[in-house]
Design a protein around this ligand. Structure first.
Ligand code: KG4
Ligand code: ZN
Length: 330
């Protein structure tokens, strides 16, 4: 069974070819660089870049996999949530391909795919699990009693964790995307240097809020003399990262304990953060903490292909397909 996975929900054009459940033959990711100058993703530019990238990315994936389009059995494509224009490019491309090859399409929910990505490398994930989905657009705590069943038990009320990383990086002149840059800079800093707030840490509070923390960094930055700003950049990064990590870890730990789950899954771009991974393992004693490889944490076609396979019985004919900028987890 050869599954093609297409992901175009934001600023990465990615296409993967998955043989069976876990033999990844290709996972090509083309990250759009046009957005760097703006410090964030510009929707119109993202759609245009997907249009020009999507066919070359497919060709590269087929070449890497050493196969031909005719051998594809099933097509999975992200249909929600994301930038509508960006989703439409992937959706239209998938439909054209499905029509030409006479195949069916599985519409895939992007956030389910971030969670399911864990199955590509860990075939035996013990359920029920708590999944922390932390990306540029979303921050969710999800109870996973069984595959294809998801109960959201906490979410951000404002910024996503990745968005906070991106905004703070922009403020500090570290470029976009901000997460990897802040993590790198933080290694040289003291995480206890600046006591940034840990928002919404009340015992019964499962939701998140990161906009206050972002504002606290902004205020510190505005009040600091210019010389202090650059001299203490590493301390700011380390202290900001420590605040985000502590909130994410504490809420995940409490939810895992209250729900009595044996497993915690870290998912989404921010799950590639080393400080988050280490702190989570240290705090969640007796609970197995698992995460995908970095390239499977950030947006990728492989997670879309794996989710399409999981939901192969929901495949539709081209024409019976639509995209949604926002949609609850299935
Ligand atoms: O999952 P993803 O690729 O795209 C969305 O679905 O949003 O996540 C991208 C987000 C960006 O905000 C980026 O700054 C963040 O993940 N990110 C990180 C790291 N790598 C990526 N955040 C913190 N530490 C990292 N190492
Ligand atoms: Zn994502």
């Amino acid at each position: 069974m050869l599954t093609l996975g297409i992901e175009t929900s934001c600023d990465d054009t990615s296409i993967a070819l998955l043989e069976g459940e876990s033999r990844l033959l290709a996972n090509v990711v083309s990250s759009q660089v046009v957005h760097a100058a703006y410090g964030g993703v510009v929707p119109e530019l993202a759609s245009r870049a997907h249009v020009s990238n999507v066919l070359p990315v497919l060709e590269r994936a087929l070449e890497e996999a050493g196969t031909a389009a005719g051998r594809i059995d099933l097509i999975g494509v992200t249909h929600a949530p994301g930038l509508a224009g960006a989703l439409l490019v992937g959706g239209a491309f998938a439909q054209g391909l499905a029509l030409a090859l006479d195949r069916r399409i599985v519409p895939v929910h992007h956030l389910e795919a971030h969670i399911v990505a864990i199955l590509l490398e860990h075939r035996e994930v013990r359920l029920p699990a708590i999944a922390l989905v932390v990306s540029g657009g979303h921050t969710l705590l999800v109870h996973v009693p069984a595959w294809r069943r998801y109960d959201v038990v906490g979410r951000t009320r404002d910024d996503a964790a990745g968005e906070a990383f991106d905004k703070v990086a922009k403020l500090l002149g570290l470029g976009f995307p901000g997460g990897p840059a802040i993590e790198r800079e933080a290694r040289a800093g003291d995480p206890r240097a600046i006591p940034f707030p840990r928002p919404m840490m009340g015992r019964d509070e499962r939701d998140f809020s990161f906009s206050g923390l972002k504002t606290a960094v902004l205020r510190w930055y505005e009040e600091a003399p210019a010389t202090t700003r650059s001299a203490r950049r590493a301390d700011v990064c380390a202290s900001f990262q420590a605040a985000v990590v502590e909130v994410l870890v504490e809420k995940t730990a409490r939810a895992a304990e209250e729900l009595g789950v044996p497993t915690a899954i870290l998912a989404g771009g921010v799950a590639s953060n080393g400080a988050l991974r280490e702190a989570m393992r240290a705090r969640l004693e007796g609970i197995e903490v698992v995460w995908p490889s970095p390239v499977l944490c950030t947006d990728n076609g492989a997670m879309i292909a794996r989710t399409a396979l999981l939901r192969a019985d929901e495949a539709v004919r081209p024409g019976a397909f639509d995209v949604h900028a926002s949609l609850p987890l299935p």
